[in-house]
Design a protein around this ligand. Structure first.
Ligand code: ZN
Length: 259
């Protein structure tokens, strides 16, 4: 034991693991000990250590001038500001974690794709907590892309967008709103009564609401809505509501269903 496995063996085992193969089956298939499979998963999947030349595929848009997919970035920024968290692991590698309700299977699958678009060649993975799916991917450069990362909770400190971030979300406000509303928003039915010809009638109408404790994040949400001409109002100190028929229809179109 202890000799170096070929890159192909490691890559093949990680692919099988990503596809859901158990560590025991994976060990048998690749002729290695279960603990070896676990070590590979720990190093490459969770900590995001790069294998072989893979790091060449994920240069940093900020440090190395790599291309950044602006639509994917705007949306991932929305998710990060809503329900994301960055943690520092071993060897200076940060992990970006996005928390989302487990019932939104389509959105959780979409998050994997979104991360791959922002960090080409990456292998995000998911973990289940009660009622929640946590999608995670490691990269040394997450703080470059999300400089809002810092000590303490987001709503307890002042947040600022850098100019390049402002430019991206000003150009792609719909993508930014999709991330925000899917992480910290909901689409629900509200109802009201109105007297029509002396008869009290109840009518239902859908609305989108975005709830966040950070005044900065709420302001960026309302600015993106303004940019798209979608009427909104502050319905409580932490909640932004879109409830006009045209506004809800436009958001439905931009954001898509929660599924
Ligand atoms: Zn960087």
């Amino acid at each position: 034991m202890g000799h170096i496995r070929s890159d192909e063996t490691v890559a093949s085992a990680l692919r099988d693991s990503d596809a859901g193969m158990s560590d025991a089956d994976n060990a048998v298939k690749h002729g290695v000990a279960i603990k070896t499979i676990r070590r590979w998963r720990r190093e490459y999947q969770r900590r995001g250590r790069v294998r072989g030349q893979a790091h060449l595929l994920a240069k940093c848009p900020r440090c190395d001038g790599a291309h950044l997919d602006p639509e994917a970035y705007a949306e991932l920024l929305g998710w990060y500001l809503g329900d994301g968290h960055i943690s520092l692991g071993g060897r200076g590698v940060y992990s970006l974690h996005i928390f989302n309700d487990a019932k939104y299977v389509g959105l959780n699958t979409g998050l994997l794709e979104l991360m791959r678009r922002v960090k080409p060649g990456c292998r995000p993975h998911t973990r289940n907590a009660p009622g929640v799916v946590i999608t995670t991917v490691g990269w040394k450069h997450w703080p470059c892309l999300f400089p809002q990362h810092g000590p303490g909770r987001k709503h307890e400190r002042q947040l600022r967008l850098e100019d390049w971030q402002r430019e991206i979300i000003a150009t792609h406000p719909g993508d930014f709103l999709r991330g925000l509303f899917h992480s910290d928003g909901c689409r629900s039915n509200n109802w009201a009564t109105r007297v029509v010809r002396g008869v009290k009638k109840r009518y239902d109408y859908p609305r989108w609401q975005f709830v966040n404790h950070s005044a900065d994040i709420r302001r960026w949400c309302s600015e993106a809505l303004d940019r798209l001409g979608i009427p909104w109002r502050q319905s409580s100190w932490k909640c932004i509501s879109v409830s006009t028929r045209a506004g809800v229809a436009r958001l439905d179109e931009l954001i898509g269903p929660k599924q």
